[in-house]
Design a protein around this ligand. Structure first.
Ligand SMILES: NC(=O)C1=CN([C@@H]2O[C@H](COP(=O)(O)OP(=O)(O)OC[C@H]3O[C@@H](n4cnc5c(N)ncnc54)[C@H](O)[C@@H]3O)[C@@H](O)[C@H]2O)C=CC1
Ligand SMILES: CC(=O)C(=O)O
Length: 372
């Protein structure tokens, strides 16, 4: 199969969908990889390293996009929709639930759109989301601590504090991969951390992992409101796979937070869990203020640490890319149920139920389409 790797064009997105090591794996299996010149530079991979690995370097994005399968990191932006064609296999993060226009463009062009974030193992875990959630979770507390500094617009507290002064309070809503990693770093900084989740089993696991060094609470509006009013930093880390994020934090709850507190809504890529995170921000201009609270809502947080993130992402995507390339997408997905769950659009239909629901579109069963 011929596989294209274009340069990412989202604001400050320096990751790339394939490392030279990934090129070697695909070449060894008999495939051709076409990498846009300079695509790896943001992650410190040079064109020479790709050539040495066996890639063909191409001049333009169009050259990379015309291959049979395109691997990317972020969802295509509007200026990339023109590259879509019928039967193109697009393997990338898509986050379609909050993206009606992208969903329409994929359907209209009959793209085989396989979303990293909905590939799901039998135990419910999301293997192609996990490493980036680990990065974003760890970054969330680091970034929150930074924006709590006065010079960055925050209330001027040190999360871990010093002897004789109260420690900062951090609430993490959603105790999955992002939430656990955010909690780890916040605890490491010395903060007083509470994790809120809806799943009692998950709360038990978190209690087993962290013991009495964190507080766990059941997710309900009363608990969320109470925790928020006392928190210096709140991290949004809830996910219902493929679906638009539920707005668990109301405008009124945000108003109850003290001035200069910070919200980091990591779940913004699925629409965000705060009523007040009504826009996506960028690494160039990452925060805005509402009700005196600083909001950080960057949808590609791992893009800020591209070397770590690119290697972490490609460690998990390449084995799936190999299956798609070796067998073709129909057989690869029919043979591998977790990969089949990644298909969000196929033959002009929406094949992921939560995405169809988010846009009021008809849902079509992916297996029936694949077996046709
Ligand atoms: N902004 C960015 O750059 C990035 C964003 N993300 C996003 O972060 C979000 C979280 O991802 P993961 O931690 O990997 O998901 P996950 O599936 O590991 O965890 C989600 C957690 O939310 C919990 N949950 C569901 N409904 C809830 C409710 N009503 N109240 C409280 N908890 C609830 C689940 O029980 C689960 O523990 C996703 O939207 C993901 O796409 C991930 C990486 C980068
Ligand atoms: C998960 C995701 O959207 C990201 O890593 O940018």
């Amino acid at each position: 199969m011929k596989i294209g790797v274009p340069t990412e064009i989202k604001n400050n997105e320096n990751r790339v969908a394939m490392t030279p090591a990934g090129v070697i794996s695909l070449k060894t299996a008999g495939h051709e990889v076409y990498v846009q010149k300079g695509a790896g530079l943001g992650s410190n991979f040079t064109d020479e390293q790709y050539v040495e690995a066996g890639a063909v370097m191409v001049e333009t994005a169009a050259d990379a996009w015309k291959q049979e399968m395109v691997m990317k990191v972020k969802e295509p932006l509007q200026e990339e929709y023109g590259y879509f064609y019928e039967g193109l296999i697009l393997f990338t993060y898509l986050h379609l639930a909050p993206e009606p226009e992208l969903t329409k463009a994929l359907i209209d062009n009959k793209v085989v759109a396989i979303a990293y974030e909905t590939v799901q193992l039998d135990n419910g875990s999301l293997p192609l989301l996990t490493p980036m959630s680990e990065v974003a979770g760890r970054m969330a507390s680091q970034i929150g601590a930074q924006f709590l500094e006065k010079s960055h617009g925050g209330k001027g507290i040190l999360l871990g504090s010093i002897p004789g002064v109260r420690r900062g309070k951090v609430t993490v809503i959603g105790g999955g991969v992002v939430g656990t990693n955010a909690a780890k770093i916040a605890m490491g900084l010395g903060a007083d951390v509470t994790i809120i989740d809806l799943n009692p089993e998950r709360l038990r696991q978190l209690d087993d992992i962290f013991g009495s060094s964190i507080n766990t609470m059941m997710s309900n509006p009363l608990n969320i409101h109470e925790c928020l009013s006392e928190s210096d930093l709140v991290v949004g880390a809830v996910l219902i796979p493929g679906a638009k994020a539920p707005k668990l934090v109301t405008d009124e709850m945000v108003q109850s937070m003290t001035k200069g507190s910070v919200i980091v809504d990591v779940a913004i890529d699925q629409g965000g869990i705060f009523e007040t995170t009504d826009r996506i921000t960028t690494h160039d201009n990452p925060t805005y203020e509402k009700h005196g609270v600083l909001h950080y809502a960057v949808a590609n947080m791992p893009g800020a640490v591209p070397r770590t993130s690119t290697i972490g992402l490609t460690n998990v995507t390449i084995p799936y890319a190999l299956q798609l390339a070796n067998k073709g997408y129909r057989k690869a997905c029919l043979d591998n149920l977790p990969l089949m769950k990644g298909i969000n659009t196929l033959d002009g239909y929406v094949t992921y139920e939560a995405v169809a629901e988010a846009h009021g579109l008809e849902y079509s069963d992916v297996r029936s389409l694949l077996e046709n």
